[in-house]
Design a protein around this ligand. Structure first.
Ligand code: AMP
Length: 280
C-alpha cells in the first residue's frame, strides 16, 4: 500500500495505472474510519484493479463556527484500516487546493433544502472537493454512503450534468446494533446522549413500518415520529422525493425520510427508505 501526500503524486500514480489499462475505484473520506467507511471499501474492492481511499478534512465544507479544528483525526488507525481492507493507495494530502484555487461547484436545485438550510455553504464545499478528487484520482468508480443521502443525490447530478466519465455508486447505511447510523462524529456523544441518539433511527424505522402498513400521510407520519425522538433540537424531519428531494404530499411510491437533529451539542443526520405496500 502506498501513501501519497501530494496532488501531483496522486495524478502521476493514476496516469500510470490508467496507461497500464487498470481500473481505479475510489472512496473519499474525512478519516477517523469506521465500519461504514470500510463497507464502502469492501463494496468497491472487487469491482476494480486498484482501490484508492482519500483522507482529507475539507475546510471548504465547514462554516467558521463548525467543528473543523476539533474534527476527530487518527491517521495511524486510518492507514492500518486501509491496509487491512486491501487498499492500494491512501491519498492523504496536508493540503488539497493549489494556491489561488477559486472554482466552486454547486447544484442549486438540490442544495436549497434539508441540510442546506442550516449549512448553506456545505454542499458547494462537498461538490467542489469531490470534483477535484475524482479528477486527481482518475477513478472509474467512486462509492458514497447513503448515510449522506442529499450529498449522494447532489454528486450523482453533478456527474450527470457535467458529463463526467465516472460511475457514482451509493452504499446502504451501516448502523450500530441499536440502530444509530455510524459516523465519525458519534465520538462526540458522551454519557446518555449516546443512547438518546438512537432515537433518530427508531423514529425513522417506525415511519418505515407505518408506510409499509399503508399510512401515506406525511403529516401523520411525522407527528408520530416526533413523539419517539429524544433530541435537544430538531433541524428537520422531512419526507422527500428520492430524486428531487422535494417534500411529498402523499407517499405513493418509494420516498425517503431524512432527519437532522442535535443531541447534546452533536448534530446528527440519518435517513431511511419509505416503501408503500405494492397495490394488489
Ligand atoms: P465522511 O468521512 O463522513 O465524509 O464519509 C465518507 C464516506 O463514508 C461518505 O460517502 C459517507 O456517506 C460514507 N459513510 C459515512 N458513514 C457511513 C455509514 N454509517 N454507512 C455508510 N456509509 C457511510
Amino acid at each position: 500500500m502506498q501513501i501519497l501526500e501530494s496532488s501531483d503524486a496522486m495524478v502521476a500514480w493514476a496516469d500510470r495505472a490508467r496507461a497500464e489499462g487498470l481500473t481505479i475505484g475510489f472512496v473519499p473520506t474525512m478519516g477517523y474510519l469506521h465500519e461504514g467507511h470500510r463497507t464502502l471499501m469492501r463494496h468497491v474492492r472487487p469491482q476494480v484493479d486498484r482501490l484508492v481511499v482519500s483522507i482529507y478534512v475539507n475546510p471548504l465544507q465547514f462554516a467558521p463556527h463548525e467543528d473543523f479544528d476539533v474534527y476527530p483525526r487518527d491517521p495511524e488507525g486510518d492507514t492500518a484500516a486501509c491496509l487491512s481492507e486491501g487498499v492500494d493507495v491512501v491519498f492523504m494530502p496536508p493540503e488539497l487546493y493549489p494556491p489561488g484555487f477559486e472554482t466552486r461547484i454547486s447544484v442549486p436545485a438540490l442544495d436549497q433544502r434539508l441540510c442546506s438550510v442550516s449549512r448553506p455553504h456545505f454542499f458547494t464545499g462537498v461538490a467542489t472537493v469531490v470534483h477535484r478528487l475524482l479528477g486527481l484520482t482518475r477513478c472509474h468508480v467512486a462509492a458514497f454512503g447513503e448515510k449522506d443521502f442529499q450529498q449522494l443525490t447532489i454528486l450523482k447530478r453533478m456527474v450527470a450534468d457535467l458529463g463526467m466519465d465516472v460511475q457514482i455508486q451509493g452504499v446502504p447505511i451501516v448502523r450500530e446494533s441499536d440502530g444509530l447510523a455510524m459516523s465519525s462524529r458519534n465520538a462526540y456523544l458522551k454519557g446518555d446522549n449516546r443512547q438518546r441518539a438512537a432515537s433518530l433511527s427508531r423514529a425513522l424505522r417506525a415511519m418505515a413500518t407505518s408506510v409499509a402498513a399503508g399510512q401515506s400521510d406525511p403529516a401523520v407520519l411525522t407527528a408520530d415520529a416526533m413523539a419517539l425522538l429524544d433530541v435537544d433540537e430538531l433541524d428537520y424531519l422531512e419526507i422527500v422525493d428520492v430524486e428531487t428531494l422535494v417534500p411529498v404530499d402523499r407517499i405513493t411510491r418509494e420516498s425517503r425520510v431524512a432527519i437532522a437533529a442535535v443531541v447534546g451539542k452533536t448534530r446528527l443526520i440519518d435517513n431511511m427508505a419509505l416503501l408503500p405496500p405494492s397495490p394488489s
